[in-house]
Design a protein. Structure first.
Length: 154
């Protein structure tokens, strides 16, 4: 369980750093204009130019617009990760295999709740049961594979 939280903290930190590094060029790229002022014409008095200056429309996004877009994208990414990493509580949640080979899940308080099969067994169609004939407990046999064969190595 602590391993999951550590991975979440690491991935959240990496996502924050990547967001900061990717936003840096956007915030600094369009900060100002490098165009030089037009040459001064000595025929006209100070403050007057040879032709009337019309304000040019700014092209591209302003810094505020860029920040708003970036903040929205970061918020969506955060919500996506929250939903993706969400773990259900109770019997519909994530199941774990203990070191002793038993299966359990965590309740709302984080306590382990062991999953025990009913003593009378479970009725399933024979075609589905054939997939499990090599496992311990199939038709009362004590030898065979156990659930540790199904869990990938961690």
């Amino acid at each position: 369980m602590d391993k999951i939280f550590a991975q979440t903290k690491i991935s959240r930190t990496i996502a924050l750093l990547l967001t900061a590094f990717l936003s840096l060029p956007l915030l600094t790229a369009c900060g100002g204009s490098n165009e030089a002022l037009p040459p001064r014409d000595s025929r006209y008095p100070a403050g007057q130019t040879s032709r009337p200056v019309t304000p040019q429309a700014r092209q591209g996004l302003s810094n505020g617009q860029k920040v708003a877009i970036l903040a929205g994208a970061a918020a969506l990414y955060y919500l996506y990760n929250q939903h993706r990493n969400k773990q259900e509580q109770g019997p519909q949640g994530k199941y774990y295999l203990s070191k002793n080979g038993r299966v359990y899940y965590r309740d709302a308080q984080g306590r382990a709740q062991w999953v025990t099969p009913p003593p009378e067994g479970i009725r399933v169609p024979e075609s589905e049961a054939q997939r499990y004939r090599d496992f311990q407990g199939y038709n009362g046999q004590s030898a065979g594979r156990d659930l540790t064969d199904l869990v990938p190595a961690q």
